[in-house]
Design a protein around this ligand. Structure first.
Ligand SMILES: NC(=O)c1ccc[n+]([C@@H]2O[C@H](COP(=O)([O-])OP(=O)(O)OC[C@H]3O[C@@H](n4cnc5c(N)ncnc54)[C@H](O)[C@@H]3O)[C@@H](O)[C@H]2O)c1
Length: 260
């Protein structure tokens, strides 16, 4: 098999939580679909997922919509059961959905942290339980958890000068925990053919205030913020046989942000 064939996801089934999200979610799903996978986008709004999936189907890809609320363990279990029933074996699981309401250190409350943990921590665990044991029983699978540069380094306060943007403390906590949980899964299931890796993207350009964008561009070695296509290669690599010997790793897709 040639190297380009090893990147192919033809015949593979991939579930992406938050898979129709306007920022990374949709790019992750689109990248997997472009590589040949059957992609199932799951988040709270069936309507949003259906609309997005239809857009992919219209382009000739195979995409489907389902619902899940990552703060609700029952909903996650239902998703697992329904996906297996409808699509059979799942080859790839991408945990991209995030529960985030922002807020500064002063503004966030212990109650908010419990809410954040219900989706970003308990939800991640429940998603893993809903899909990984079946992958292990079958002897293959790839799980890709979407962390962040803020799972590796803390926010640089100087980037936010001249804006009212916040540096939410719960985000750094859950994104860092996600990285080590991924290593746990890589070790726990490695001998059963399941690989687990993290992608840590840098900041996505989302019409943020000018002073932030300018400071960010100055600070990041590649001199620009992340764009949709930047994330696709990483997820296809980690989902496919091209990364058969890669597990437990943290792939920085950050334009070098964390190197300085
Ligand atoms: N945007 C960035 O700059 C950036 C940077 C680094 C990492 N990330 C990470 O990328 C991933 C995608 O985030 P994004 O910012 O690109 O947003 P996005 O555009 O992909 O949207 C987030 C998705 O999560 C879904 N979601 C929210 N709450 C949910 C819930 N309770 N149950 C199920 N789905 C839910 C939303 O419906 C949406 O589809 C996240 O894990 C985020 O932490 C984002």
């Amino acid at each position: 098999m040639g190297i380009l064939d090893r990147f192919s996801l033809q015949g593979r089934v991939a579930v992406v939580t938050g898979g129709s999200g306007p920022q990374f979610g949709s790019s992750l799903s689109e990248g997997l679909a472009e590589a040949g996978a059957t992609v199932i986008c799951a988040s709270r709004s069936l309507e949003a997922n259906e609309k997005f999936a239809k857009g992919l189907t219209d382009k000739g890809y195979d995409a489907h919509a389902m619902t899940v609320d990552i703060t609700d363990a029952d909903s996650i279990q239902r998703l697992g059961e329904q996906v297996h029933e409808r699509f059979g074996d799942v080859d790839v699981l991408v945990n991209s959905a995030v529960v985030a309401r922002g807020g500064s250190f002063e503004e966030q409350t212990p109650e908010y942290w419990e809410f954040s943990a219900s989706g970003n921590m308990v939800g991640l665990f429940a998603m893993s339980k809903a899909f990984l044991p079946a992958m292990a029983a079958r002897g293959s699978g790839s799980i890709i958890n979407i962390s962040s540069i803020y799972g590796v380094v803390a926010n640089d306060p100087s980037l936010y000068e001249g804006t009212d943007m916040k540096q939410p403390p719960d985000y750094t906590f859950v994104k860092a925990g996600m990285i080590n949980f991924t290593r746990y899964l890589a070790n726990y299931y490695g001998k059963q053919g399941v690989r687990a890796n993290c992608i840590c993207p840098g900041g996505y350009y989302n019409d943020q205030p000018g002073p932030f964008v300018d400071s960010y561009k100055k600070r990041v070695p590649v001199g620009r913020m992340l764009e949709n296509d930047d994330i696709k290669g990483a997820v296809v690599f980690l989902a496919s046989d091209a990364s058969a010997y890669v597990t437990g790793t943290t792939l920085m897709v950050d334009g070098g942000f964390t190197t300085v």
